[in-house]
Design a protein around this ligand. Structure first.
Ligand code: ATP
Length: 300
């Protein structure tokens, strides 16, 4: 089983003085999956990534990548990973092509045919100086340097920032292709819709704590529909609060919004018994809503 694990962390902890940036993280990322690491700003995503890449030392715990200890074998590990940091430093006077040559020389050779293919897919201009590029276009150069060696593991820290939606789609396809080849993608993000489209599993981190790890499909199936009910008179919140499967009831005059994962028949019966129901709409909760639910349940 351990040879199926791309990233393993055990009790991984990082404190900055009083700030507990990462607390006792136990996580296994399986080879061949796209794993979305979701959390708001300051949740500890970058700290986790920098710790497993041996850029910073953990306060406690340990990690391995592809079976190698992230500290003792950090040099070997570098040969197997592509990394897109949150703030990739580049020399502004070098063109994209020169930048990629520079990165490639650190590891031995560029497959220009493949690089040009990646550049074309992302719409990257490799002949301009990177200092003259917009941040989104510079980011494309960063993505290419991570993909171009066909690494076994891609680690990316909010890589989609600044990319326009069409490029994001292409980038998502590229991540899926990596996974379909049995390689692994670890993607930190706060863009829930992206993770929903691209990831197999999602870990949700909050204030340094991993609060849930779920398959994207399971997350959806838990759902949780959002139901809107419209009545011909003002209604009382108390009628809906506490009904089986109902939560997050919000009442605004004639209109009730609630989250629901129970029997629709029961809900409609209760609603229609008390009031005259004019209209109803429901939609499946997206990851954003599910995510908020986790956060609320997770407490402060
Ligand atoms: P973002 O999306 O904003 O990058 P993040 O989830 O990556 O957020 P981290 O950057 O890992 O979060 O930060 C986690 C916590 O650790 C935050 O409270 C942050 O202020 C703190 N922190 C991070 N780096 C340092 C540092 N070098 N010194 C002190 N505190 C730090």
């Amino acid at each position: 089983m351990t040879d199926q694990i791309a990233i393993h962390t055990q009790g991984l902890t990082k404190h900055y003085g009083d700030v507990k940036a990462l607390v006792d993280l136990d996580l296994d990322i399986i080879k061949g999956e796209v794993f979305g690491f979701l959390g708001p700003n300051g949740a500890g995503k970058t700290t986790m990534i920098r710790t497993i890449l041996d850029e910073i030392r953990p306060t406690a715990g340990s990690a391995s990548i592809l079976g190698m200890d992230t500290h003792r074998q950090s040099v070997e590990i570098r040969d197997h990973i592509g990394y897109v940091p949150g703030d990739l430093a580049m020399y502004p006077n070098l063109t994209g092509r020169d930048t990629l040559t520079f990165f490639a020389n650190l590891r031995g050779g560029v497959d220009w045919e493949f690089v040009d293919e990646l550049a074309e897919r992302l719409g990257a201009d490799l002949d301009k100086k990177v200092g003259d590029l917009s941040s989104g276009n510079r980011q494309k150069v960063g993505l290419i340097q991570a993909f171009m060696n066909r690494p076994d593991l891609l680690v990316m820290d909010e890589p989609s920032s600044g990319l326009d939606p069409l490029v994001q789609r292409e980038f998502q396809k590229m991540m899926r292709e990596v996974a379909s080849e049995g390689r692994t993608v670890f993607l930190s993000s706060h863009t829930l819709s992206e993770v929903q489209r691209v990831a197999d599993r999602v870990g949700i981190i909050r204030q340094g704590h991993l609060i849930a790890v779920e398959g994207v499909a399971d997350l959806r199936s838990k759902a949780i529909r959002t139901v809107n009910l419209f009545f011909d008179e003002p209604v009382e919140q108390g009628v809906f609060v506490g009904l089986p499967g109902v939560r997050d009831v919000a009442v605004e005059n004639h209109h009730v919004t609630l989250s629901f994962d129970g029997q629709m028949e029961t809900l409609l019966r209760v609603a229609a018994e008390r009031y005259s129901l004019l209209d109803i709409s429901t939609h499946e909760a997206d990851l954003e809503e599910i995510f908020l639910t986790y956060y609320e349940e997770g407490g402060a």
